[in-house]
Design a protein around this ligand. Structure first.
Ligand SMILES: Cc1cc2nc3c(=O)[nH]c(=O)nc-3n(C[C@H](O)[C@H](O)[C@H](O)COP(=O)(O)O)c2cc1C
Ligand code: SF4
Ligand code: SF4
Length: 434
């Protein structure tokens, strides 16, 4: 089995799977059980400043969306940072780190934006023996209204400033956790890097309202007839998180900034995708909340097996491997031509591909009286919609037309050279169009 030992900004863990700061890491009892189950590290539930702890609502704090099989796809929460006393958390962290020296233990922090507050919490946290700190600039509800969380993460100057303070007042590695509730995530990432951050982690949760109760006409979760926006996470946010991770990974001025990938990671495959797009390790919350701590065992065995199959001996060989293949639209090869192909042996004759293509795409699928569905190459633009709506995996695939053959739709010979929009004659910006 491939060795999954990971060194992330100098913090080693037996595998790249860390639990993200959230209810699974809220207390010693949970974290011990998580480590026994095999998690490589945890980011402890966010700590606030000394004083009376924050107060959570006493009604429901989650909303959700589900797939047709009732599988949880997206989770919305209105929970705050830890509502337990600071010293209780610190004592527990100290004990846990002592008993699990080989696991990563990161303290997540959120205090008001002033230097003394950050210095003071860093001094306290240092005594736990933790391996690093994560600055929670992401929480989008409750704390942001108090000038913390995403209210900081949305202002790159604040991100940079607080990062600088943390580097000044502590020798611990500093991970800056970014909010996705921003137009261009590269800006706060840059500010974090310029402020001296050792790494960024992303994403925290996305502003969301998951549903409205149509009897009470109140957003859900509903607290005494009222609802508030919450933070969205789980499998539904993975595409957004992957894109944000990739944006950072491929930006030259951010080159070399380590990334901890978070957002909807449920399987080893999700983790491998994040890592291939530049994440040095990953953090998980919703999957553990949905399926329990033992889900990490599937992640570990799946990733090890995948690495064996690929001949990778270290996760370093996976990290960033897909980044060079991430391009901008105008650089995609316009001479790459494909057509949809239906495997008649797999087809269950449901007709979804026909309805989709006929009504909303290019009328490129025919239906016979006996419900045989066939692609009309002369109409197929290769949009891939039919593949995505077909309920049978691999029943419809996209097949590349060989160079030298004629595309029946355009009547043009397929070229084997590469050509993109920047040189296309229809592009008003190219010389050929002048
Ligand atoms: C109930 C709940 C509480 C959370 N609390 C925190 C928190 O205290 N600090 C923090 O940085 N992130 C918090 N998060 C965000 C998670 O750490 C993570 O960034 C987010 O859930 C995306 O990962 P996922 O899709 O694997 O859940 C919380 C998430 C949930 C669901
Ligand atoms: S790829 Fe698009 S155009 Fe072609 S058959 Fe499928 S849905 Fe129709
Ligand atoms: S959607 Fe798939 S299974 Fe259904 S008719 Fe089309 S090819 Fe067959």
């Amino acid at each position: 089995m491939a060795d999954l030992t990971t060194n992330f900004i100098g913090i080693t863990s037996p595998n790249p799977f860390w639990l993200a700061s959230a209810p699974p890491t809220d207390k010693e009892y949970n974290v011990r059980r998580a480590f026994e189950a095999g998690w490589g590290g945890v980011v402890w539930k966010t700590l606030g400043e000394e004083g009376p702890p924050v107060v959570n609502v006493n009604g429901p704090r989650y909303g959700a969306i589900w797939g047709a099989d009732r599988r949880l796809l997206g989770l919305n929460n209105i929970e705050l940072i830890t509502d337990r006393p600071l010293q209780t958390n610190l004592d527990e962290m100290t004990r846990v780190k002592k008993d699990y020296p080989d696991r990563a233990l990161i303290a997540s922090l959120m205090v008001p934006v002033n230097e003394d507050s950050w210095k003071s919490i860093l001094d306290r946290v240092l005594e736990t023996g933790c391996d690093g700190v994560e600055l929670n600039f992401g929480c989008p509800h409750g704390m942001s209204e108090r000038g913390m969380g995403s209210a900081v993460g949305q202002v790159p100057e604040y991100v940079g400033q607080v990062t600088e303070w943390c580097k000044k007042h502590s020798d611990l590695p500093v991970i800056v956790k970014l909010t996705p509730n921003i137009t261009d995530v590269r800006k706060p990432a840059q500010a974090a890097k310029d402020g001296g951050a050792d790494a960024v982690s992303l994403i925290n949760t996305i502003n969301s309202i998951t549903s409205v109760n149509l009897d009470s006409f109140a957003p859900e979760p509903t607290i005494d007839g009222k609802g508030a926006h919450g933070g969205y996470c789980g499998p539904a946010v993975k595409p957004i998180a992957l894109n944000m991770v990739a944006e950072i990974a491929r930006t030259p001025s951010l080159a070399g900034l380590p990334i901890s990938g978070i957002g909807g990671i449920t399987t080893w495959r999700d983790a491998a995708e994040f890592m291939s797009l530049g994440a040095g390790n990953v953090q998980v919350c919703t999957a553990a909340m949905t399926y329990g701590f033992k889900i990490v065992q599937e992640m570990i065995s799946g990733l090890s097996q995948f690495m064996d199959e690929k001949g990778f001996t270290s996760t370093d060989e996976l990290v960033g491997r897909a980044v060079p293949n991430l391009s901008d639209w105008q650089h995609l090869n316009l001479n790459y031509v494909t057509k949809a192909r239906i495997d008649q042996d797999l087809c269950i004759k449901c007709g979804r591909c026909y309805a989709a293509c006929e009504d909303t795409s290019h009328q490129a699928i025919s239906m016979s009286l006996d419900r045989t569905f066939e692609v009309i190459d002369a109409e197929c633009v290769a949009c891939n919609l039919c593949v995505n709506v077909c309920p049978v995996e691999n029943c419809i695939t996209m097949e590349e037309l060989a160079a030298g053959t004629t595309d029946p739709r355009t009547g043009k010979t397929v070229q084997d050279d590469y050509a993109n929009w920047t040189t296309h004659p229809n592009n008003p910006g190219t010389c050929a169009a002048e």
